[in-house]
Design a protein around this ligand. Sequence first.
Ligand SMILES: [Zn+2]
Length: 89
Amino acid sequence: MVSVCIFCMSNEKTSNHLFLTCHFVVEIWMLLGVKLNYVLDLTSVSGLFSCIPLHCSSHICDIYVTNILYNKHTICLVRNIVRFISYKI
Ligand SMILES: [Zn+2]
C-alpha cells in the first residue's frame, strides 16, 4: 500500500515530494526565491542548501539557511496537524 501526500492527495508521500516537489511546498520555496531574486535548486535538499546566493552578505546567507530550516519545520508541523488532528487544508 502506497502512502499518499497529505497536502495534495495525488502523489506518493516521499521525503522528496513532501519537501521539494509538492505544489504546496513549491509555492513556499518560490516565495523565498522571489525575495532573494534567485532561482532555487529544488532537485534535492542538498541542492537547496547549495544555492545560497554568492552575491549576498553573510547575514543574508544566515537568514537564507534559517529560512530553509524554518520552512522544513513548518512543513512537518502542518503535515502532523493534518495527519493527527484530521484538519483539512
Ligand atoms: Zn503533495
